[in-house]
Ligand binder design. Structure first.
Ligand SMILES: Cc1cc2nc3c(=O)[nH]c(=O)nc-3n(C[C@H](O)[C@H](O)[C@H](O)COP(=O)(O)OP(=O)(O)OC[C@H]3O[C@@H](n4cnc5c(N)ncnc54)[C@H](O)[C@@H]3O)c2cc1C
Length: 378
């Protein structure tokens, strides 16, 4: 692993740094709606500046950034304290999945408004009876003239209340073996047959939803990757989720720790050796996450696709993020638990880190079986 940057990578970094200096993101408001608007406007500014979806191929409007350039991109955005993209599911999951499995018409229809953040996407995989065991999806798709009618329930659907489109996994053939009876649909959320109900979480925010489908319609043209191929297409989405999405998040941990360290410094708390030691330990953990992310880049460059090593980053990032937020509360005391404190939000939101995109237990199974080659229990 060579961590030095080439001349063209340095040029890429400097061009982005210049752009960010001239066009800084500004602080993200705490209030939910204002925060969404701010993040969407930021996504659109990135697009206007040619900096949205840098990892997408040039033919689809990206920059064709290499994996190392994508890592630089995430790091520079973290350095500028930019908010995470509001269309994160569109850019990281929907786009790459449509590029891999979509036909020309689907690519032309769906990719440009993802890049420009005009159309927000959500991911309709989990159900009350299908989370870790995704192949248990029971939402039912019936073929009708010209398309499909879909009935069932999804849960924990991030951004569904703001999304125009949903990556929907449903059972199209209940008689086929469970991994073979699934089909992947691109669902238009703007129909009465799709009802979105908010799920408020412990952080008292509206990020998650339940989605109820009652004969929702999807035309044949919006089946992705062919009828009965849903599992294969879903694996592309999950592969991108555990490498791409988590790569971005690992840099958010750096933003958070830097904020905490700056606050400790402002208040003279760094004079206390215990505080300095604890922050130093967290710094080392964040660096370990960053370097593991780079190691994953190296192996992805060699194999050409995201591998199970992406799961290791998800695992150590989620636990590090939780450790930072827990220490913030220990350090700042009761004020950090105030309803309006950003640290209270971070502490409570971080509880979901070890559940979303695969729970830590599932991730450990993947690492044991697919990275370490240990025997399967089942
Ligand atoms: C913040 C957040 C955002 C989310 N966003 C989305 C979204 O946008 N779209 C979407 O589709 N889903 C989303 N999810 C859902 C998420 O993918 C699921 O919650 C997750 O996959 C776990 O599924 P489950 O909740 O059904 O728990 P279960 O699968 O029922 O698991 C319950 C417990 O059993 C353990 N367990 C289960 N199976 C095993 C096993 N084989 N070995 C060891 N332990 C096991 C789990 O680790 C867990 O501790 C989100 C979740 C969160 C918290």
């Amino acid at each position: 692993m060579d961590l030095g940057l080439t001349a063209s990578e340095l040029a890429f970094r400097d061009e982005l740094r210049d752009w960010l200096r001239q066009s800084p993101p500004g602080p993200t408001p705490l209030e939910e709606r204002a925060s969404f608007d701010h993040r969407r406007a930021w996504d659109q500014r990135l697009h206007a500046g040619g900096w949205a979806g840098v990892h997408w191929p040039v033919e689809y409007g990206g920059r064709g950034a290499t994996l190392v350039e994508s890592a630089i991109y995430n790091e520079e955005l973290a350095r500028a304290a930019a908010p995470p993209p509001v269309n994160v599911i569109g850019l990281t999951l929907a786009g790459p999945t449509i590029m891999t499995h979509g036909d020309e018409a689907q690519r032309a229809r769906f990719l440009p408004p993802i890049l420009s953040a005009e159309e927000i996407w959500c991911q309709g995989f989990s159900e009350p009876g299908a989370g870790s065991d995704l192949a248990a999806v029971a939402t039912r798709a019936h073929q009708v003239d010209g398309g499909w009618r879909i009935t069932g329930q999804k849960v924990w659907t991030s951004f569904a209340h703001d999304a125009q489109w949903c990556l929907l996994l449903a059972r199209s053939d209940p008689d086929a073996p469970r991994h073979k009876g699934l089909t992947y649909f691109l669902l238009d959320m703007a129909q009465d047959a799709v009802q979105v109900r908010p799920l408020r979480t412990i952080s008292d925010t509206h990020e998650l939803n339940e989605v109820f489908l009652e004969d929702a319609f999807v035309p044949d043209a919006h089946v992705l990757g062919g009828v009965g191929n849903g599992w294969r297409v879903a694996m592309t989405t999950l592969g991108n989720e555990r490498s791409g999405l988590v790569f971005g998040k690992s840099f958010q941990a750096r933003i958070l720790l830097d904020r905490l360290t700056a606050l400790a410094d402002e208040r003279g708390l760094l004079e206390d050796a215990n505080v300095a030691t604890r922050l130093g330990e967290l710094h080392i953990r964040v660096e370990a996450v960053r370097l593991t992310a780079y190691r994953n880049v190296t192996s992805e460059m060699q194999s050409g696709q995201p591998g199970p090593e992406g799961s290791i980053i998800k695992w150590i990032w989620s636990e590090t993020d939780q450790a930072i937020t827990e220490y913030a509360v220990q350090l700042l005391g009761i004020e950090a638990l105030d309803r309006d404190s950003p640290w209270a939000f971070e502490l409570l939101r971080a509880r979901g880190d070890t559940i979303e995109s695969g729970t830590t237990e599932i991730i450990k199974n993947i690492v044991a079986e697919q990275v370490l080659g240990l025997p399967r229990l089942r």
